[in-house]
Design a protein around this ligand. Structure first.
Ligand code: DC
Length: 219
């Protein structure tokens, strides 16, 4: 079984994906990680994020295991890392080079400890439209920018990181704009995606709703 969960930054995709992966014993692929890995390699190498050729070459050489290794770096999930990922994800050549790694995962999905899984939950922006259009169930999770900024801000504070709400909100809006206007793969729901607006829902309510939809589809 393949499930895709797309939507803007901080809409709650990650938490929902992990809960669904646990419930249905599926592997989980957070596709934002491929862009974060390339962005981080650029930052660490002191590269100019506007240098498309260097970004393409980092993308070309990125492997799944290298990406997992980079994910433990303290800057991987930082606001700076997110901005870098957002910039390089706008380059069509970078996206093209990172596509097969994402698609191959569904052919041989594995849990974090390497055990094989029967299926996968993809989390991202274009997983239902580009990475895996043949998915069995597709969701598009969204929420108002102010609600998403507050959630991201709370996450930073909980992790003991410094944060300013207005800055987080600006960042969320800027990334929405960039994600929506990307030339080759603008973020939009797949035609057959189920849209869930989580502005007024907590994670448990979103999870129960998504699980009910999946079970209906499975019957
Ligand atoms: O979900 P995230 O914040 O980790 O994503 C980081 C960036 O990667 C985000 O700004 C847009 C990009 N991204 C993308 O272009 N396509 C995806 N499928 C996932 C993420």
């Amino acid at each position: 079984m393949i499930i895709t969960i797309d939507g803007p930054a901080a809409a709650g995709k990650g938490t929902l994906s992990q809960k669904l992966a646990d419930r249905y014993c599926l592997a989980y692929f957070d596709t934002g990680m491929v862009y974060r890995a390339v962005g981080l390699l650029m930052l660490k190498g002191g590269r100019d994020l506007k240098n498309v050729l260097v970004a393409e070459s980092e993308a070309e050489e990125l492997t799944y295991s290298k990406m997992i290794e980079l994910s433990t770096d303290k800057d991987f999930r930082s606001a700076k890392g997110g901005q870098a990922a957002s910039i390089i994800s706008g380059y069509p050549g970078v996206r093209a080079r990172l596509l097969s790694m994402q698609q191959d995962f569904a052919k041989n999905p594995v849990f974090e400890d390497g055990r094989p899984a029967k299926g996968v939950i993809y989390d991202g922006r274009d997983t239902g439209t580009v990475v895996c259009p043949q998915a069995d169930v597709k969701f598009f999770i969204t929420a108002k920018p102010e609600v998403r900024a507050k959630r991201r801000y709370d996450e930073f504070i909980k992790k003991g990181m410094k944060a300013d709400y207005e800055e987080v909100l600006r960042d969320v809006k800027q990334r929405d704009e960039r994600d929506a206007t990307r030339k080759d793969a603008p973020m939009k729901p797949a035609e057959d995606a189920i849209i869930l607006d989580t502005s007024e829902m907590d994670i448990e309510a979103v999870f129960e709703k998504a699980a009910a939809i999946i079970e209906k589809k499975l019957k």
